[in-house]
Unconditional design. Structure first.
Length: 209
Protein backbone atom coordinates (compact mmCIF):
# COMPACT_ATOMS: atom_id res chain seq x y z
CA UNK A 1 0.00 0.00 0.00
CA UNK A 2 1.06 3.59 -0.56
CA UNK A 3 2.64 5.17 2.48
CA UNK A 4 1.05 8.11 4.32
CA UNK A 5 3.53 10.76 5.42
CA UNK A 6 2.40 13.42 7.91
CA UNK A 7 4.94 16.24 7.68
CA UNK A 8 5.27 17.39 11.27
CA UNK A 9 8.02 19.99 10.78
CA UNK A 10 7.47 22.75 13.41
CA UNK A 11 7.24 25.52 10.79
CA UNK A 12 4.60 23.59 8.83
CA UNK A 13 2.57 22.94 11.97
CA UNK A 14 2.87 26.56 13.16
CA UNK A 15 1.70 28.02 9.85
CA UNK A 16 -1.06 25.41 9.51
CA UNK A 17 -2.57 26.67 12.78
CA UNK A 18 -3.06 30.13 11.26
CA UNK A 19 -4.38 28.60 8.01
CA UNK A 20 -7.06 26.82 10.07
CA UNK A 21 -8.00 29.94 12.08
CA UNK A 22 -11.32 31.35 10.84
CA UNK A 23 -10.08 34.90 11.57
CA UNK A 24 -7.26 34.64 9.00
CA UNK A 25 -8.18 36.82 6.02
CA UNK A 26 -7.85 35.93 2.34
CA UNK A 27 -4.51 37.68 1.74
CA UNK A 28 -2.82 36.13 4.77
CA UNK A 29 -4.44 32.75 4.10
CA UNK A 30 -3.06 32.74 0.54
CA UNK A 31 0.43 33.71 1.73
CA UNK A 32 0.45 31.02 4.43
CA UNK A 33 -0.70 28.31 1.99
CA UNK A 34 2.09 29.42 -0.36
CA UNK A 35 4.67 29.16 2.45
CA UNK A 36 3.45 25.77 3.68
CA UNK A 37 3.46 24.41 0.11
CA UNK A 38 7.11 25.44 -0.21
CA UNK A 39 7.98 23.77 3.10
CA UNK A 40 6.09 20.63 2.08
CA UNK A 41 7.93 20.61 -1.26
CA UNK A 42 11.18 20.56 0.70
CA UNK A 43 10.01 17.45 2.57
CA UNK A 44 8.39 15.65 -0.37
CA UNK A 45 11.59 15.91 -2.44
CA UNK A 46 13.83 14.66 0.37
CA UNK A 47 14.49 11.29 -1.28
CA UNK A 48 15.04 12.39 -4.89
CA UNK A 49 18.09 10.59 -6.30
CA UNK A 50 21.36 12.42 -6.85
CA UNK A 51 24.30 11.87 -9.18
CA UNK A 52 27.74 13.42 -9.32
CA UNK A 53 28.84 15.96 -11.89
CA UNK A 54 32.30 17.40 -12.35
CA UNK A 55 32.47 21.19 -11.85
CA UNK A 56 35.11 23.79 -11.15
CA UNK A 57 34.86 26.02 -8.13
CA UNK A 58 36.95 29.22 -8.07
CA UNK A 59 39.55 27.12 -6.22
CA UNK A 60 39.60 23.64 -7.79
CA UNK A 61 37.81 20.93 -9.75
CA UNK A 62 35.43 18.66 -7.81
CA UNK A 63 32.62 16.14 -8.10
CA UNK A 64 29.38 17.78 -6.91
CA UNK A 65 25.85 16.43 -6.51
CA UNK A 66 22.97 17.28 -8.86
CA UNK A 67 19.49 15.79 -9.21
CA UNK A 68 19.40 12.58 -11.19
CA UNK A 69 16.66 10.64 -12.89
CA UNK A 70 13.10 11.75 -13.41
CA UNK A 71 12.09 15.39 -13.65
CA UNK A 72 9.23 16.79 -11.61
CA UNK A 73 5.68 17.55 -12.78
CA UNK A 74 3.24 19.48 -10.59
CA UNK A 75 -0.44 18.70 -11.22
CA UNK A 76 -2.85 20.91 -9.27
CA UNK A 77 -6.50 19.87 -9.17
CA UNK A 78 -8.56 22.92 -10.14
CA UNK A 79 -9.28 25.22 -8.55
CA UNK A 80 -7.96 25.05 -4.99
CA UNK A 81 -4.79 23.17 -5.97
CA UNK A 82 -3.59 26.29 -7.80
CA UNK A 83 -3.03 27.99 -4.45
CA UNK A 84 -0.14 25.64 -3.65
CA UNK A 85 1.71 25.69 -6.97
CA UNK A 86 3.67 28.95 -6.68
CA UNK A 87 5.13 27.97 -3.33
CA UNK A 88 6.40 24.71 -4.80
CA UNK A 89 7.80 26.42 -7.90
CA UNK A 90 9.92 28.67 -5.68
CA UNK A 91 11.78 25.55 -4.60
CA UNK A 92 11.52 23.55 -7.85
CA UNK A 93 11.50 26.22 -10.60
CA UNK A 94 12.30 23.75 -13.38
CA UNK A 95 9.17 21.65 -12.70
CA UNK A 96 6.54 21.50 -15.44
CA UNK A 97 2.96 22.27 -14.42
CA UNK A 98 -0.13 20.46 -15.68
CA UNK A 99 -3.75 21.07 -14.71
CA UNK A 100 -6.69 18.75 -14.10
CA UNK A 101 -10.28 20.01 -13.79
CA UNK A 102 -13.00 17.51 -12.91
CA UNK A 103 -16.62 17.46 -11.81
CA UNK A 104 -18.98 14.60 -11.10
CA UNK A 105 -22.02 14.18 -13.34
CA UNK A 106 -25.00 14.52 -10.98
CA UNK A 107 -26.98 11.80 -12.77
CA UNK A 108 -24.37 9.15 -13.60
CA UNK A 109 -22.01 10.14 -10.73
CA UNK A 110 -19.14 9.51 -13.14
CA UNK A 111 -16.20 11.94 -13.20
CA UNK A 112 -16.16 14.34 -16.13
CA UNK A 113 -12.97 16.10 -17.20
CA UNK A 114 -13.79 19.69 -18.09
CA UNK A 115 -10.13 20.65 -18.46
CA UNK A 116 -6.89 18.72 -18.66
CA UNK A 117 -3.54 19.98 -19.92
CA UNK A 118 -0.41 18.01 -19.12
CA UNK A 119 3.29 18.01 -19.97
CA UNK A 120 3.90 15.84 -23.05
CA UNK A 121 6.35 13.59 -21.19
CA UNK A 122 4.32 12.73 -18.06
CA UNK A 123 5.35 9.07 -18.25
CA UNK A 124 8.95 10.15 -17.63
CA UNK A 125 8.21 12.54 -14.78
CA UNK A 126 7.75 12.21 -11.03
CA UNK A 127 4.26 13.73 -10.72
CA UNK A 128 2.96 15.48 -7.61
CA UNK A 129 -0.83 15.84 -7.59
CA UNK A 130 -1.80 18.84 -5.47
CA UNK A 131 -5.07 19.56 -3.66
CA UNK A 132 -5.34 21.30 -0.27
CA UNK A 133 -8.05 18.98 1.07
CA UNK A 134 -8.27 15.18 0.91
CA UNK A 135 -11.85 14.70 2.15
CA UNK A 136 -13.75 11.82 0.51
CA UNK A 137 -10.84 11.28 -1.88
CA UNK A 138 -13.13 11.49 -4.92
CA UNK A 139 -11.36 14.31 -6.76
CA UNK A 140 -7.88 12.97 -6.07
CA UNK A 141 -8.91 9.46 -7.09
CA UNK A 142 -10.39 10.73 -10.38
CA UNK A 143 -7.34 12.92 -11.10
CA UNK A 144 -4.92 10.04 -10.48
CA UNK A 145 -6.99 7.78 -12.77
CA UNK A 146 -6.86 10.49 -15.47
CA UNK A 147 -3.07 10.68 -15.19
CA UNK A 148 -2.58 6.91 -15.22
CA UNK A 149 -4.70 6.39 -18.33
CA UNK A 150 -2.43 8.90 -20.08
CA UNK A 151 0.70 6.98 -19.16
CA UNK A 152 1.78 8.39 -15.79
CA UNK A 153 3.72 5.85 -13.76
CA UNK A 154 5.17 7.73 -10.81
CA UNK A 155 2.62 9.74 -8.80
CA UNK A 156 2.58 11.28 -5.34
CA UNK A 157 -0.36 13.09 -3.73
CA UNK A 158 0.20 16.22 -1.63
CA UNK A 159 -2.53 17.82 0.50
CA UNK A 160 -2.60 20.20 3.43
CA UNK A 161 -5.17 18.22 5.39
CA UNK A 162 -6.54 14.71 4.97
CA UNK A 163 -9.44 12.80 6.50
CA UNK A 164 -9.07 9.09 7.26
CA UNK A 165 -11.86 8.29 4.78
CA UNK A 166 -10.03 9.99 1.88
CA UNK A 167 -6.70 8.47 2.82
CA UNK A 168 -8.17 4.96 2.83
CA UNK A 169 -9.89 5.50 -0.52
CA UNK A 170 -6.64 6.51 -2.20
CA UNK A 171 -4.67 3.72 -0.53
CA UNK A 172 -7.19 1.13 -1.74
CA UNK A 173 -7.59 2.51 -5.28
CA UNK A 174 -3.93 3.48 -5.81
CA UNK A 175 -1.63 1.42 -3.59
CA UNK A 176 1.37 2.71 -5.56
CA UNK A 177 0.73 6.37 -4.66
CA UNK A 178 2.36 7.86 -1.56
CA UNK A 179 0.32 10.52 0.28
CA UNK A 180 1.90 13.57 1.91
CA UNK A 181 -0.13 15.62 4.42
CA UNK A 182 0.53 18.49 6.81
CA UNK A 183 -2.15 16.99 9.09
CA UNK A 184 -4.39 13.93 9.29
CA UNK A 185 -7.64 15.12 10.86
CA UNK A 186 -10.34 13.30 12.79
CA UNK A 187 -13.16 12.55 10.33
CA UNK A 188 -15.69 13.87 7.80
CA UNK A 189 -18.98 15.41 8.88
CA UNK A 190 -22.35 14.68 7.26
CA UNK A 191 -21.61 17.26 4.52
CA UNK A 192 -18.19 15.66 3.79
CA UNK A 193 -16.28 18.57 5.36
CA UNK A 194 -13.09 17.62 7.16
CA UNK A 195 -13.33 17.98 10.96
CA UNK A 196 -11.74 20.13 12.40
CA UNK A 197 -10.37 21.08 8.96
CA UNK A 198 -10.15 24.66 7.71
CA UNK A 199 -13.43 25.17 5.83
CA UNK A 200 -13.56 25.44 2.03
CA UNK A 201 -9.97 25.96 0.83
CA UNK A 202 -11.00 27.36 -2.57
CA UNK A 203 -13.34 29.94 -1.04
CA UNK A 204 -10.74 31.01 1.50
CA UNK A 205 -8.00 31.26 -1.13
CA UNK A 206 -10.02 33.32 -3.58
CA UNK A 207 -12.45 35.20 -1.33
CA UNK A 208 -15.55 33.52 -2.75
CA UNK A 209 -18.51 31.95 -0.97
Amino acid sequence: MGNVHVLDHPLIQHKLTYIRDKNTGTKEFRELVDEVAMLMAFEITRNLPLREEKIETPVMEMNAKVLAGKKIGLIPILRAGLGMVDGMLKLIPAARVGHVGLYRDPETLEPVEYYIKLPSDISERELIVIDPMLATGGSANDAIHSLKKRGAKHIRLMCLIGAPEGVERIREAHPDVDIYLAALDEKLDEKAYIIPGLGDAGDRLYGTR
